[in-house]
Design a protein. Structure first.
Length: 305
């Protein structure tokens, strides 16, 4: 059966100790919270997971722990993006060894490859692995844009199964959906426009907000995928302040602070990122209250949000 990603997939934060080491205990607890909250998958070592600040051996460790904790309940997507094709292929091998279900590969940053070079890059990566590959386009972060025509071309590669589009451009998203072959998944990588793209035919959202409110995001996405726009909009209205306020400072600073307030992680973060400014605390708290997030998470009784 073809692997067709869909639904709400949290782009997981990476739990760190206060001294900056990977916190295995918190990662396992956090994975359970997301799965029990209705997430359709776990995306580990992405942008929200501070991939750029992790050593290769730490990434492999995170892949292995997440797969072990998921225990087949949901697919695990491993972020294996890097600047060079060789690095991506090595990280993808680590992901294979960890027995993840799929990999997500961000466009190479800094070197500004052409569309032809991007096609060769992703084709070589796909040929190196048996795993399904999800393209990841985030031009504001990388300075590189996978055009809709390039995505359509890469969709012809059998194990390239979808794209995470973090442009927040609904016109572009609609074009991607129009061009996508049957079985190819177009995901929003932007929470604020995720509902709109899903209603237009997208498969769901790879989400920062779902770290904090997995149940609400699950219900919103389920309604949107079922075509119930009224219900989906009602749920999304509760989520809108989170969509906005979790980006008051650089991602993942606000979302890690929120997860710390819920007792899910210790809040460790690596330079050049620093903890959330005190001036932003109340805005993030208010967004959490608006979404109905409750303190029971601290005691292990997972909140409805």
């Amino acid at each position: 059966m073809a692997f067709i990603p869909k639904g709400i997939i949290p782009a997981m934060v990476t739990p760190l100790t206060k001294t900056g080491k990977v916190n295995e205990k918190a990662l396992r607890k956090f994975a359970d919270y997301l799965i029990e909250g209705g997430s359709h998958g776990l995306f580990v070592v992405g942008t929200t997971g501070e991939f750029y600040g992790l050593a290769p051996e730490e990434k492999k460790e995170l892949f292995e722990i997440t797969v072990d904790q998921a225990r087949g309940r949901v697919p695990v997507y491993a972020g294996t993006g890097a600047i060079t094709t060789r690095e991506v292929i090595q990280l993808t091998r680590f992901a294979e060894e960890a027995k993840v279900d799929a990999v997500s590969v961000l466009t190479p940053m800094f070197i500004s490859p052409s569309q032809k070079e991007l096609i060769e890059h992703y084709t070589a990566i796909a040929a190196s692995t048996r795993l399904p590959v999800l393209l990841y386009n985030n031009p504001p972060k990388t300075g590189v844009n996978l055009t809709a025509a390039t995505v359509a071309k890469l969709a012809e590669v059998p194990n390239i199964v979808g794209v995470k589009d973090a442009t927040a451009n609904i016109e572009r998203g609609s074009d991607l959906i129009r061009r996508a072959p049957r079985g190819f998944s177009v995901f929003s990588g932007d929470d604020a426009t995720g509902l709109a793209l899903t209603l237009l035919g997208g498969r769901g959202v790879i989400s920062v907000t779902a770290n904090i409110a997995p149940r609400l995001m699950h219900e919103m996405c389920a309604a949107a995928l079922a075509g119930d726009a009224v219900r989906a909009r009602e749920l999304n209205d509760r989520l809108l302040p989170l969509h906005r306020n979790l980006f008051l400072e650089a991602n993942p600073i606000p979302v890690k602070w929120a997860a710390q307030q819920m007792g899910l992680i210790e809040g460790g973060i690596r330079l050049p990122l620093t903890p959330l400014s005190a001036a932003c605390h109340e805005q993030v708290r208010e967004a959490m209250r608006h979404a109905g997030i409750r303190a029971e998470v601290r005691e292990g009784r997972y909140a409805a949000a």
